[in-house]
Design a protein around this ligand. Sequence first.
Ligand SMILES: NC(=O)C1=CN([C@@H]2O[C@H](COP(=O)(O)OP(=O)(O)OC[C@H]3O[C@@H](n4cnc5c(N)ncnc54)[C@H](OP(=O)(O)O)[C@@H]3O)[C@@H](O)[C@H]2O)[C@@H](O)CC1
Ligand SMILES: Nc1ncnc2c1ncn2[C@@H]1O[C@H](COP(=O)(O)OP(=O)(O)O)[C@@H](O)[C@H]1O
Ligand SMILES: [K+]
Length: 511
Amino acid sequence: MNDGSARLYTSSEMSRADGNAQELGIPGGVLMERAGAGMAREILARFGGERPNVLVLAGGGNNGGDGFVIARELHRAGHEVRVAATKRDLSGDPKVNLDAVLNLGVPVHDPESLKELLEGTDLIVDALLGTGFSGEVREREAALIRTLNDAGAATVSVDIPSGVDGSTGEVHGEAVRADLTLCAHAVKVGCAVSPGKDHAGEVVTVGIGLPEEAERDIEPALVLTDARSLRGSIPRLSGESHKYSAGAVLVLAGSRTVTGASVLSVEGAQRAGCGIVFLAVPESVAPALDLRLTEALIYGLPEDGEGHPAPEALEVVLEKAGRASAVVAGPGIGIGDAQRRLLEGLLRLVELPVLLDADALTNLAGTDAVARRSAPTVLTPHAGELGRLLGVGAGEVTAHRLRSATEAAERNGCTVLLKGGDTLVAQGGRPTSVNTSGTVALATAGTGDVLSGVIGALLSRGMDPYEAARAGAWAHGRAAGLWLDATGWPAESLIATDLLDWLPRAIGELL
Ligand SMILES: NC(=O)C1=CN([C@@H]2O[C@H](COP(=O)(O)OP(=O)(O)OC[C@H]3O[C@@H](n4cnc5c(N)ncnc54)[C@H](OP(=O)(O)O)[C@@H]3O)[C@@H](O)[C@H]2O)[C@@H](O)CC1
Ligand SMILES: Nc1ncnc2c1ncn2[C@@H]1O[C@H](COP(=O)(O)OP(=O)(O)O)[C@@H](O)[C@H]1O
Ligand SMILES: [K+]
């Protein structure tokens, strides 16, 4: 995909680029030298002024080789540097660089003394395991990682926090908790996808002078979605536009006890630029919402005894869908047989793009209602909802986010947006997108309802579902970021309504 997205590499994509570079006449040792020297410059620029005592923990592969180059450069810059190496009997480039360190008189210790070495250490360089690692860390390395994490010193990881799977972000057992991760050439998937992302701290890319030709035949399986990669993808109004052609969204959200979800979804859609919103809600709450939502058209639905939409609501929903260009269904509609049947009818009979969120996902878990659809469907689950769709626990999804999102997208033949700090968008045939604009400020009730409306509006404006989900997630996260910058208030104080004020500016950055 060549849309200007920042490169995000799996371990095997990186090693292909490395192989191509060698064919182009750039030896691996040169890349290691550039990686290590560039990382050392970055470390000196950030920490050099404080003249920290440095400990480099080096493993037996090329990640350790990068670590030796860093040790050499920091020593040359006048820092007190010690190395703990898991292996002395090396060959190739790591051996060349270990020998250089030894020749300079930098002390190289056995890792068994790591705990004592860390006592006088201000800065740890973690070069234990890189992209050559996957699976579960062996006990010897796991013990070293625990010792590093317990030391509490500032930690810089080389290429990937040791113990994180570079291609998936999965962590099985121990993984280093870094403050900064320096990635050679491109961000590794493991630094962008949780839980790896949460181990990586700040992530900075260090150039290693790979020529473009070395990447020409590599189609990355994942992309980092930033504003640059989305710019120009949202359709604009033209002179001939009217409120229906500008995008008409039907929102099926809310019930007698949950009316906020409707408001947030409708206003999210309005601020994301659709021309008109129809809101279908149980009839007992329609008058209150009519007063609250000045610009939306509100329709009362037959309801069950609990104030949730009843199956007979389908008739009204279908009629209103006839005037819409996209549908958002689910937030706050309640969970039960009646709501499931309503949704199944909607999915069977409406040919429009449909976004399913929250209660809609729970109601439809275990059914094939989405898989049977040919019109575009976007699912926006959090880990718990995706677990229900896949028949596994939330913990299983949290541990395997990438695999879970792609599996759900494939099984259902649809677009899946998995919420979280790294919001993923998966769709068959497209690279899985990792959003870059999220902030923990979003971890508050109702922000997901806003997101459903935003993506619904982008669908109604004619965007392809994959692009709509990526752009919606980016704008949603960016709105929270703008609120944080503008108010200077603590992240914990954001409420979902605040996003509505900042969505227009966030979307404006994509036009
Ligand atoms: N590609 C490029 O373009 C460039 C790559 N560069 C750098 O190379 C790195 C990749 O190097 P790599 O391929 O040598 O692997 P690496 O991450 O050092 O891991 C191997 C070590 O891990 C160990 N190990 C494995 N599994 C384990 C387990 N379960 N539990 C415990 N240990 C385990 C394994 O031990 P062994 O099995 O051999 O005993 C061996 O010691 C990359 O991240 C980047 O830093 C840069 O220099 C510039 C350009
Ligand atoms: N730690 C986090 N970092 C960034 N974004 C988060 C985090 N936790 C939650 N979010 C985002 O907040 C939103 C919450 O949505 P959801 O769980 O559906 O909430 P609700 O149902 O209350 O609206 C999602 O967009 C999600 O990606
Ligand atoms: K590492």
